[in-house]
Design a protein around this ligand. Structure first.
Ligand code: ADP
Ligand code: MG
Length: 704
């Protein structure tokens, strides 16, 4: 089947050109105004938009509509309503009003609220985000919306993101104005999220309860071959995978998602998709859709897409590199080193604002990626360490050093003076080599590499936007008051470098030396998600989010409670799945094998007896040794499973969320690891056809 990409691209999106086409001029203009300036849309306009949207959606095969929103579960939610409306004469018409478009009232009682919503008031509201276009998916018109409680508290991932985008625009505007810029009206954070994922065959997936219930393997001895040959990374793409990628791209393109690059990743069965960057909130919406569509399309090809951060022990897990920058509405990337001294001065100010932000809010950045699944990945030798630091490349580091100390930049140029000199041009290559840093400057954007593959990228971007907004606010306050702008700017940049350079690290982030060095520099170490959750409500963080009107304190408390609760729930399901697999599958299977061995042993002994051999003359019997070894491991695993189940049961009675999360971190995870070790060892000595579910090798190499 041939497809015409330019023609299908965005064909399922009620985008700008469709709106211009379908809406009366004045209606189009006031809708644009709402989109650009955040002005409220009046009902008369909304009514006209709704009818045009419905007619268009019906042409695309839609029969239903939904307010598509992002509750704090981390996935998207939709409740379909059909357009049909019965008439007195028994016929039906297809109806959709401005009211339906602007506001929805779903029953919110089953979404996490962290205690914000009293149980007697189950109502919640969804309100249209006109900055993200409506689209048709599976015969349903989806309207991107924000979700809040009856009392107006946010219960979703979109609202704080939109607020943080306003905050950073407001503060960044103050800064660019200081540099004499008058034509810019708005500054948008831009985001491009590289998505990693695994594809495995459906048949092996269905046979493993751990994959089925938890999205990751909880048992499994290493396969003889893993990723050590580096033969998968960027390797030729298998026909089944490429058929999947083709369909995926087509589906994404129809929804206006700018899927751009695709390749095999480091682990067997691992792949990556990167889109072209766009405005932060659209990028977040698109990433949520991308994850959903990846899962659906995989099924069409008899495969299952795993988005878990660490589906397999011993091979690389999956992350989501969040590329982030700031762009003016006139199309200038503010993190692009400029071509004139003036542009460079502005670039350096934005650069040091990000440096200061990452240093002062290490805890929030860590918090924004804290998730039970991601704990299995961060801090290993494959993903950034849990200690935040920032890579800017040697060239830029030398520039900052020259500024800080007033020393010569290199042998060719003298010292760099802000506002006087053009920055030496450094090639992109030298800024993008370090893959071990959690937060890297890659030439004209920052790449935050800690987010996990399954998580929404809303929180990392809320945090990034807000912390950088805060530093820009402080900078603008100082510079607006200055008598001599250039002097004040020089002083500010120099001082910021001096005070925050401890966060800069260009070396190997996986090394033991860095662990020691980071400690010496006083950088925050928050190894587990629970450690990170605990920092969220620190007074400085509450102050920050309140100042920029991102969260009220009550909203922060609710998010904190939900984070802890989710952590406990995920681990509880994992622990119970392990107990279940061990009692119902592993131990009985090993038992059957032991009885088989015993039978063989008995037969061999009978033969020996028949030949009148003395016991001491009997050949050394493998069965005997295996029975002893496996029985020992069985007893051990049985006891470990009992203890684990008891511990989980006991912790269900702990109602303090933080206390419960700590018990999971400190006692239940080690108990899970213990049970796994015993079972994995039994697997090593048990024939594959007796093992009750597919082994690592057969799962990792299941797609041929
Ligand atoms: P690589 O990291 O492989 O060198 P690129 O740097 O071109 O590739 O892009 C990686 C990701 O970063 C892509 O998703 C891309 O769209 C995104 N990206 C590029 N420029 C920006 C920007 N200014 N803002 C946000 N994301 C960006
Ligand atoms: Mg990249």
């Amino acid at each position: 089947m041939k497809s015409n990409v330019p023609e299908t691209f965005g064909s399922m999106v009620f985008n700008d050109s469709i709106m211009r086409d379908k809406l009366p001029k004045d209606v189009y203009r006031s809708l644009r105004k709402t989109i650009e300036d955040g002005k409220d849309l009046d009902l008369a306009v909304a009514n006209v938009v709704a009818i045009a949207m419905k007619d268009w959606a019906i042409e695309q095969g839609a029969t239903h509509y939904t307010h598509w929103f992002q509750p704090l579960t981390g996935i998207t939610a939709e409740k379909h309503d059909s357009f049909i409306s019965p008439q007195v004469d028994g016929r039906i018409i297809m109806e959709f009003s401005g009211k339906n478009l602007i506001k929805g009232e779903p029953d919110a009682s089953s979404f996490p609220s962290g205690g914000l919503r009293a149980t007697f008031e189950a109502r919640g509201y969804t309100t249209w985000d006109p900055t993200s276009y409506a689209f048709v998916k599976d015969g349903v018109l989806c309207i991107p919306t924000a979700f809040c409680s009856y009392g107006g508290e946010t219960l979703d991932k979109k609202t704080p993101l939109l607020r943080s985008m306003e905050a950073i625009s407001e503060q960044a505007m103050r800064v660019v104005r200081l540099f004499g810029n008058t034509d810019v009206k708005k500054i948008n954070p831009t985001v491009g999220a590289e998505q990693e994922y695994f594809l495995i065959d459906e048949s092996v997936y269905k046979k493993r309860k751990d994959l089925f219930y938890c999205g990751r393997t909880l048992f499994g001895a290493p396969s003889p071959k893993g990723q050590e040959m580096s033969d998968h990374y960027f390797g030729a793409i298998k026909p089944r995978i490429s058929a999947f990628m083709r369909e995926l791209n087509e589906e994404l393109w129809k929804l206006g998602i700018l899927a751009k690059t695709e390749h095999n990743e480091a682990s067997p069965a691992q792949h990556e998709l990167a889109p072209i960057f766009t405005t932060a909130n659209i990028s977040v919406d698109h990433n949520q859709l991308t994850m959903e569509i990846m899962k659906n399309v995989a099924r069409h090809h008899g495969m299952v897409c795993l988005l878990h951060e660490k589906p397999f022990h011993g091979v690389n897990g999956s992350g989501k590199h969040n590329n982030w920058s700031l762009s003016t509405d006139t199309g200038v990337n503010l993190l692009n080193p400029g071509k004139s001294p003036h542009e460079n001065a502005q670039f350096l100010l934005f650069l040091v604002a990000v440096i200061k932000a990452v240093d002062e809010y290490q805890d929030l950045l860590r918090y924004s990626v804290a998730y039970a699944g991601n704990d299995n990945r961060l801090g290993g030798d494959e993903a950034p360490p849990t200690v935040m630091s920032m890579f800017i490349g040697d060239d830029l580091a030398a520039v900052l050093e020259s500024i800080e100390n007033g020393t010569d930049y290199d042998a060719q140029t003298s010292k760099i003076e802000i506002g006087v000199h053009v920055l030496p041009s450094f090639t992109k290559d030298t800024t993008d080599r370090n893959r071990t840093s959690p937060f890297a400057f890659t030439g004209n954007k920052f790449e935050f590499r800690s987010p996990g593959a399954s998580q929404s990228i809303s929180s990392p971007n809320v945090v990034l936007n807000t912390i950088v907004a805060e530093e820009l606010r402080q900078f603008a306050d100082e510079l607006e008051k200055a008598d001599d702008f250039t002097d004040a700017l020089n002083d500010l940049i120099k001082r910021t470098i001096k005070e925050h350079k401890r966060i800069l690290f260009n070396g190997d982030g996986y090394s033991e030396e860095w662990r020691k060095e980071a400690k010496k520099r006083g950088l925050l170490s928050l190894p587990s998600a629970v450690d990170a959750f605990e920092t969220f409500l620190a007074p400085k963080n509450v102050e920050l989010f309140k100042r920029h009107k991102i969260f009220t304190e009550a909203e922060m408390v609710s998010r904190y409670e939900i984070s802890l609760d989710t952590y406990v729930k995920i681990l509880r399901i994992e622990a119970l799945t392990m107990v279940n697999m061990s009692h119902k599958q592993i131990l009985p299977a090993v038992n059957r094998y032991i009885s088989e061995l015993s039978e063989t042993l008995q037969r061999k002994t009978n033969v020996a007896n028949a030949y009148n051999m003395a016991t001491s003359d009997m050949p050394h019997m493998m069965e005997q040794e295996l029975i002893v070894r496996l029985s020992g491991l069985q007893d051990q695993a049985y006891q470990q499973a009992l203890d684990l189940a008891a511990k989980v049961e006991q912790t269900s009675g702990v109602h303090d969320a933080l206390k419960a999360a700590r018990i999971y971190r400190d006692e239940i995870i080690p108990a899970m690891n213990g049970l796994r070790a015993s079972c994995d060892e039994m697997e090593v000595y048990t024939p594959s056809d007796r093992w009750p579910f597919p082994t690592y090798g057969s799962v990792l190499f299941s797609v041929d």
